[in-house]
Design a binder for this molecule. Structure first.
Ligand SMILES: *Cc1c(COP(=O)(O)O)cnc(C)c1O
Length: 371
């Protein structure tokens, strides 16, 4: 699905020497590389604070911890996403409230979101799924009217831009109270291990996030609250510093590949190409088709026989996951998610796809679908 090796080879010298420098310095934890990376990412995102941490799941957990919520408080998120979002809500003894998504965008449905709000609701976690922002202006409007925090899960959309109706533009993850991301190797900005980060423009929240990632210490060895140990290590920061200057180019390459797929699939009956919205750019973390009346398992087998990987993100709705079953929650509340779980398929998407690779994949897909 991804080709990290070819991408690495193009920047090998920079990456190798930056890793070697960390080893020479032996500043493996909390070294200057981490500080510099946080500053450079803050510049790139045009946000006041970036707090690096261990991974994208930790980032979500730490964001929730910083909001001072009480057990039983409700946090609303989408039913159609990776489990990390709902996992950390449960871990903190908060109540996850899942809502359906929009069929076009795969992101949280605003009507369902507003219906799910109760006096116990404290926060919303929109997920910018597959690389395109959720409708943040709509989310912010609801959050403001109900006095709710907004945490943006930007694990799949780093570098995407949100366009407000007044023409102003902000980077994904810097629109709500806190943004979180993951540097898992296959993400749009991936390191060579685990990594994550939080973004905020709020000075007080930033202070609290910095303390929580570091055992709840505001001053060394003075623990004011229960925190965690969640760090981006210096070697990962060095890799990310080498890659950040290329992020826009990487995202453009993904976009170009997606447009190539789109052009080929747009008039093929049985295939629905991803929808582009006017309020967000799309950085195509995944290229995901919806199938109408096409045998998905058969298509996967056909592609596999030709050496083409494909993936189902996601095959089972969160409300149907054993770990997150809730009384009174039924499939009928999530018609769109139920449909998507049975008809989406993601094709190879990365920065190194050549036109020949794409045409080979396109021909294989069409061969099956049009037969
Ligand atoms: C990858 C991902 C995460 C988790 O990131 P990790 O670094 O793997 O913990 C969270 N949310 C979404 C939407 C993701 O895609």
């Amino acid at each position: 699905m991804v080709d990290l090796k070819s991408q690495y080879l193009k920047i090998k010298e920079t990456v190798d020497s930056s890793i070697q420098e960390v080893i020479n310095s032996t500043a493996f934890i909390k070294g200057p590389e981490v500080t510099k990376f946080q500053e450079e990412l803050a510049d790139y995102l045009n946000v006041n604070h970036v707090v690096a941490c261990g991974n994208g799941t930790d980032a979500l957990q730490i964001a929730l911890m910083a909001l001072g919520l009480e057990p039983g408080d409700e946090v609303i998120t989408a039913d159609f996403t990776f489990a990390a979002t709902v996992e950390v809500i449960g871990l903190l003894r908060l109540k996850p409230v899942l809502v359906d998504v929009d069929r076009d965008t795969f992101s949280i449905n605003l009507v369902e979101l507003e219906k799910a709000i109760t006096p116990k609701t404290k926060a919303i976690i929109p997920v910018h799924l597959f690389g395109q922002c959720a409708n943040m202006e709509g989310v912010l409007d609801i959050a403001k009217r109900h006095n709710l925090f907004v945490i943006e899960d930007t694990a799949q959309a780093i570098g995407a831009e949100y366009k407000f109706k007044d023409g102003s533009v902000r980077k994904a993850g810097t629109v709500g109270d806190i943004g979180t991301t993951s540097f898992f190797p296959s993400k749009n900005l991936g390191c060579y291990g685990d990594g994550g980060a939080l973004f905020t423009n709020d000075d007080d929240l930033a202070k609290r996030l910095r303390a929580i990632v570091n055992h709840g210490m505001y001053e060394r060895y003075y623990h004011e609250e229960v925190g965690v140990n969640s760090r981006l290590d210096s070697i990962q920061a060095a890799v990310l510093r080498s890659k950040l200057p290329h992020l826009d180019t990487y995202n453009q390459a993904r976009y170009n590949a997606a447009m190539h797929y789109n052009a080929a699939f747009q008039n093929v009956s049985g295939l629905e190409v991803p929808t582009l919205v006017d309020y967000s750019t799309h950085v195509f973390h995944q290229y995901t088709l919806k199938l109408n009346g096409v045998d998905r398992a058969g298509l996967q087998t056909h592609l596999k026989a030709k050496g083409i990987p494909s993936m189902i993100y996601y095959p089972l709705a969160l409300h149907n996951q054993k770990a997150y079953l809730q009384e009174g929650v039924t499939d009928s509340q999530f018609p769109v998610t139920m449909e998507l779980c049975s008809n989406v398929i993601s094709l190879p998407m990365h920065t190194e796809l050549k036109e020949d690779d794409l045409d080979y994949i396109i021909d294989a897909v069409k061969e099956f679908v049009e037969k």
